[in-house]
Design a protein around this ligand. Structure first.
Ligand code: 9D3
Length: 250
């Protein structure tokens, strides 16, 4: 996969490309990242990439020409959609990451200042937001999208990935995990995990996933089709929670 990143702060990504899974993907030729800096296309003596907004107001706007040239130079090397990282974009989610992982490549445009000249939207194909909070620029958002997509490229992670992320595995929260020692600071590992009984372990884990999802993300249960076993376990969980609440007098 080829990814283009358009940014006036390429140094922001130094750690990103040198670390962990993304570093390995690059080393194994599964990923190539091309950086383009609009600053390199600035022609005035201040190397301007921004200017005052027409109509007045606070802040600066990224200029059309330098950003356009950076995008077009990336486009010559990278195929796929031009994606503008924007607070007004489509909310990013796992299904979006899966769609991007199927592309030959894509170009992430990182904005700075108050935004980009609106006429650049004529060369933008998609807009992505990573959530409802204010960042100072698109770079951290691009790093998030890159991470979420690269780990889905076949061969980047082990095959454990492809198995557990198939659609038949539900979107439930994960079960609790433990590792050695079995006793620490007065806390034990649940007996069932030490029992070696694989059937009981699988059932306990599924029940814990349902419990966590119910307590932490009840909204997620709305969209899930539950099997008969899952319905029974969820009923047990609800009963136990109500028993605990009544015991506490709530
Ligand atoms: C204070 C500036 N804001 C007025 C209320 C507008 C604004 C402009 C530029 C807010 C944020 C930004 C920079 N943000 C991004 O480039 C960005 C972003 C984000 O802020 N939140 C979530 N996803 C993204 S993707 C790109």
């Amino acid at each position: 996969m080829n990814v283009g990143i358009i940014t006036i702060f390429p140094e922001y990504f130094e750690g990103v490309v040198k670390t962990g899974m993304i570093r390995k993907a690059i080393e194994n030729n599964l990923l190539d990242i091309v950086f383009e800096n609009p600053r390199n296309y600035a022609t005035d003596r201040y190397k301007s990439v921004d200017d005052y907004p027409y109509g007045g107001g606070s802040g600066m706007v990224m200029k059309y020409d330098t950003l356009k040239q950076a995008i077009e130079n990336a486009r010559a090397k990278v195929s796929g959609p031009v994606i503008y990282m924007s607070p007004q974009g489509t909310p990013f989610h796992q299904a979006y990451a899966k769609d991007l992982a199927k592309e030959e490549g894509f170009i992430l445009v990182c904005g700075r200042y108050e935004g980009i000249d609106e006429r650049l939207m004529s060369i933008v194909d998609e807009e992505i937001s990573i959530g409802d909070y204010v960042l100072s620029g698109g770079e951290p958002a691009a790093a998030v999208v890159l991470d979420a997509v690269v780990r889905l490229i076949p061969g980047v992670l082990g095959d454990e990935n492809s198995l557990s992320e198939e659609s038949f595995e539900h979107n439930l929260l994960e079960y609790p995990q433990y590792t050695r020692p079995s006793h620490v600071d007065g806390m034990d590992v649940p007996d069932v995990l030490l029992s070696g009984h694989h059937g009981n372990i699988a059932r306990w884990r599924l029940k814990e996933r349902l419990k966590r999802t119910l307590v932490k993300r009840p909204d997620m249960l709305k969209d899930i089709h539950l099997s008969q076993e899952e319905k029974e376990l969820l009923a047990e969980v609800k009963k136990e929670i109500l028993e605990t609440l009544s015991m506490l007098g709530v």
